[in-house]
Design a protein around this ligand. Sequence first.
Ligand SMILES: [Zn+2]
Length: 124
Amino acid sequence: MVSDMRNDKVECQCCKKMMVPKVITSAPFYISGVPVGGRDPEASVCPFCLSPKWMLTEEQVLTGAKANAEFYGIIVLLMINIVVFTRLGAEAVGVSVGLSVLLFLFRAQIAKAVKDRLTEIFKG
Ligand SMILES: [Zn+2]
């Protein structure tokens, strides 16, 4: 990508339009007609799609999504372990935690294997 230094327009990562980010300020409150607070720049948004995420590159979005998926996965594993513990007790939870740790350590390989399998299915 060639960046033009004379032009401060940037490409919005949401709608892909070239734009100048619009700074939005918080609205002041009025007490007896006197404005109190507000006027601090809060965020900048794309004037076309009004997205504050205009500066995120696709890569950053994907990294964020991946981190969310991992976080969600950890929570699910934790929940499973809690259920195993409450239903089956401490001995079963030892096995369950072990499996969870293995699943977590091999998550990349598992994800790849599942993805490959799905690709095969979809390709017929
Ligand atoms: Zn936009």
